[in-house]
Design a protein around this ligand. Structure first.
Ligand code: SF4
Ligand code: SF4
Length: 411
């Protein structure tokens, strides 16, 4: 694709990167076939090829110092993008769509005039949800006043969790040592995940430590186009993780949405002279729990390996299969533990959770959720397993429990 940027813009890191990504797209359209919003809406501008074209127009317009028609159109269609990155997996030219989207969204947020309620909602989501301190209080308040909230927000609120929200008590064992990330939303919404991960690591002789003061990874702000807030959150998180890195083999994430962001810290902070080296170190040490599980020794003789055998429908989050390109590992672990995996149609498609998407684009998110649940339950599973707290809460359904896969591998 041809681009027309000024020398001044091309001299910036965003300009150089956007130009390289745009020029790598040959407009073949193969990516459209795997795009959930294109499948639902059937509009070229709601597919990756159309969005790439819109971002080119938006960035050229912004480079020229104007904010004209391209801005409004790009805003609408970029807002509808799930950031699922299925288009990246499908693209034969290796177009880094997710990186381009970060630049496009940040430009929209800088230039666009949103309706006051929309602005307020984005501001609130970017401040409240990643806050370890305030999110539980907001969630509790929201549950009290659920009746008064917009339906999308009321549905997205996590239920009062049955597990403990006290700081994790981690067994101190001999053997390898890993730093276990606790996440921001996950520790409130699905604490059973972390408890199961600790049991699993414990059974394999791995000593898990947690970093007090760990904060949000920054992914949520990044998806909202709030780049400055996202980078600040990453720096705060790096400050909290740094004292725990020596002697640790891996930094382990049990939520694939956090893991995909932490693995990208090196790129995201490469221009920051103070944090670039630490960010690269943390990114290189980061692993999804599935990578650690497959590399860990089996439990000692006599230790129970798993709970009861179940019929499982596996939902691979986009952040696991497209973002981290980790496919087949959890399926293998579940099968080796004796669970029966039922076939699931269109497993590559997003469930509609996508961070704050289910709140900001409720109709599309609900349509994708219904389609996903229909496919997941077609094989009549006992349980749906996934790897990210967002998918788990979004898919939560009385008909079939939804758990993190690690819960099926621990007694
Ligand atoms: S598949 Fe890749 S090269 Fe083809 S239109 Fe999509 S992003 Fe561009
Ligand atoms: S990230 Fe997902 S929703 Fe967005 S254009 Fe790519 S495939 Fe479509």
């Amino acid at each position: 694709m041809q681009t027309h940027f000024s020398k001044a813009y091309l001299a910036t890191s965003d300009g150089e990167r956007a130009n390289a990504i745009l020029r790598s797209c040959v407009h073949c359209g193969l990516c459209n076939a795997t795009c959930p919003t294109y499948q639902v809406l059937g509009d070229e501008l709601d597919g990756p090829r159309g969005r790439i074209y819109l971002m080119k127009g938006l960035l050229e317009e912004a480079d020229g110092g104007t904010s004209g028609p391209a801005l409004g159109v790009a805003q609408t269609h970029l807002d509808r993008c799930l950031t699922c990155r299925a288009c990246e997996t499908a693209c034969p030219s290796g177009v880094a769509y997710g990186e381009l989207l970060e630049i496009g969204r940040a430009t929209v947020e800088r230039l666009a005039r949103r309706r006051p309620m929309d602005r307020l909602m984005r501001l609130w989501l970017g401040l409240a949800v990643p806050s370890i301190r305030w999110f539980p209080r907001w969630a509790a308040l929201g549950r009290w006043f659920r009746w008064a909230l917009p339906k999308a927000l009321a549905t997205a609120l996590p239920e009062r969790s049955k597990g403990s929200q006290a700081p994790l008590s981690v067994p101190q064992l001999t053997g390898g040592r890993v730093l276990l990330l606790q996440g921001c939303v996950q520790r409130q919404a699905t604490p059973a995940t972390q408890a199961a991960a600790i049991r699993y690591l414990h059974a394999r002789g791995l000593k898990a430590v947690v970093a007090e003061g760990e904060s949000c990874c920054g992914g949520l702000n990044l998806h909202l186009g709030q780049t400055r807030q996202a980078l600040d959150a990453m720096r705060r998180n790096l400050d909290a993780l740094q004292p725990h890195l020596d002697g640790v083999a891996w930094i382990v994430s049990t939520a694939s949405g956090c893991g995909v962001t932490v693995k990208d810290y090196g790129r995201l902070l490469e221009d920051d002279p103070k944090y670039a080296a630490l960010a690269a170190r943390v990114a290189a040490m980061s692993r999804d729990l599935a990578e650690v599980a497959v590399a860990s020794p089996a439990p000692k003789d006599g230790a129970p390996r798993t709970g009861p055998r179940r019929k499982v429908a596996w939902h691979p989050p986009c952040t696991l299969q497209h973002g981290q390109r980790l496919t087949g590992i959890v399926e293998r672990l579940l099968a080796e533990a004796g669970h029966e995996l039922v076939p699931v149609k269109d497993a590559h498609l997003c469930c509609g959770s996508a961070g704050t998407y289910s709140v900001l684009q409720p109709e599309l998110a609900e349509r994708l959720r219904q389609d996903k649940l229909a496919n997941l339950t077609a094989g009549e599973p006992d349980v749906i397993a996934t790897a990210n707290v967002g998918c788990q809460t979004h898919l939560g359904s009385a008909a079939c429990p939804v758990v993190h896969w690690i819960e099926l591998l621990t007694p």
